[in-house]
Design a protein around this ligand. Structure first.
Ligand SMILES: Cc1cc2nc3c(=O)[nH]c(=O)nc-3n(C[C@H](O)[C@H](O)[C@H](O)COP(=O)(O)OP(=O)(O)OC[C@H]3O[C@@H](n4cnc5c(N)ncnc54)[C@H](O)[C@@H]3O)c2cc1C
Length: 372
């Protein structure tokens, strides 16, 4: 039998798409054998995302609202920012909730891992460990190592990936998140306090990934030596360094890539849940219009320009001198701290950042003077 729509991957992107289609009377089949599981992730969801996609507010348990974030420069300068609340959530609970919502709405779940897909006369042949299925349209929502991406536009190039390692742990006493920028490489270590267990980790681009264990151990020793480690994790994430990465199409007449499979992650901060859900929303719109290929135009209009600007800003933001100066200035200026908080909370776009900073410069400079 040929199904209409196969969604490979039931993380936030795939589950949300399954849910949105089912709400509109289209019952897709989601393939994913991994649940329940905790995904390597900070689990930080921004206020922008919660307001725009209120379904996420319904996660039944295991989240914590964190109202402050401590930035630490490579040389150890500190700046605490506050004013926006991030929801830090266990991915086992978030993904489980979204998957249940999709299935309760009518999406079908096949608990099998897809080993490969192949284009055929009537659409796609989908192979799993247990059998073969057919579908007219295939959605790649299967994360950073997507098999659907491999069969359509090819893997995400290594230079546009970041590597992360860390621990899920208990015993984090801080009630704020921590982001410590690394010395000698472009990346950061984090503590994201959560309800049942916290996420502690470190990430950088693949060129500098060799010393990740050293960075992680040093960070834990300095900032949370008394944690009880529950389990280690290691993962890759899309981290575009070259704006040309975004020229690769993310949809065709009978396929669509969303979320990490599409490479849709903020290249500076690593926020991906927002774009997994947003991409799924836009993919649903294209599919419901009967034109899956239209997804490419929709995401390019909605959030691609901000990704491109973030790519351009990356070297500037992660310049070591800039980080030292920037964090010192944030600590001395409420106005600049507010701009950074809004950026982390996704209320400030990268595209508008330069103009916002320039417009606020007189106030920022006067606050610097007064804090001396
Ligand atoms: C260490 C780390 C920390 C992060 N912290 C944050 C954060 O704090 N906030 C934030 O917004 N983002 C964060 N991100 C990014 C975020 O985790 C991802 O962008 C987000 O999970 C993307 O959702 P997705 O549904 O596209 O992919 P995924 O969440 O990866 O889901 C893909 C699903 O597909 C399944 N799958 C994979 N292959 C197959 C297959 N062959 N067959 C069937 N199923 C398959 C997987 O099991 C999984 O369930 C972080 C990422 C990492 C690595």
């Amino acid at each position: 039998m040929v199904e209409d729509i196969a969604i490979v991957g039931g993380g936030p992107a795939g589950a949300y798409l399954g849910y949105r289609l089912a709400q509109n009377g289209i019952y897709a089949t989601i393939y994913d054998d991994s649940h329940p599981r905790e995904k390597p992730c900070g689990g930080g969801i921004t206020p922008f995302t919660l307001e725009r996609f209120p379904l996420l507010k319904g996660v039944p348990s295991s989240y914590r609202f964190v109202h402050r974030m401590l930035f630490i420069s490579p040389e150890g300068k500190e700046a605490m920012v506050s004013g926006q609340s991030l929801m830090n959530v266990s991915r086992e609970h978030l993904d489980g909730y979204l998957r249940h919502t999709a299935v309760d709405s009518g999406a079908k779940l096949i608990k099998e891992r897809v080993s490969g897909i192949e284009e055929s006369a009537d659409g796609w042949l989908i192979r799993t460990q247990k059998g073969e299925y057919r579908s007219r349209l295939v959605i790649g929502a299967d994360g950073v190592h997507s098999v659907v991406r491999r069969a359509t536009v090819g893997r995400i190039p290594r230079e546009n990936l970041a590597a992360c390692i860390g621990y899920f742990a208990r015993g984090v006493e801080r009630d704020y998140s921590v982001m410590r920028f690394l010395k000698d490489c472009k990346g950061y270590a984090w503590i994201f306090p959560r309800e049942t267990h916290s996420s502690i980790g470190v990430g950088t681009d693949t060129r500098h990934a060799r010393n990740l264990t050293g960075y992680l151990n040093e960070f834990i020793e300095d900032y949370c030596p008394n944690i009880e480690k529950i389990s280690p994790f290691g993962a890759m994430m899309p981290a575009a360094r070259d704006p040309k990465f975004y020229e690769t199409p993310c949809s065709g007449k009978n396929w669509v890539l969303i979320g990490d499979a599409a490479g849709h992650v903020d290249p500076i901060l690593g926020e991906g849940i927002r774009y997994a859900i947003w991409g799924a929303e836009l993919a649903a719109e294209a599919i419901l219009d009967g034109e899956p290929a239209k997804f490419d135009a929709l995401w390019r209009e909605a959030y691609c320009p901000d990704f491109v600007e973030a790519c351009r800003l990356f070297e500037f933001v992660y310049n070591p001198d800039m980080l030292e100066l920037g964090i010192m200035m944030i600590a001395r200026s409420e106005t600049l701290a507010r701009i950074v908080t809004d950026l982390v909370a996704s209320e400030q776009t990268y595209r508008g950042l330069r103009d916002q900073v320039i417009a606020s410069l007189p106030r920022i400079m006067s606050e610097q003077e007064h804090s001396r």
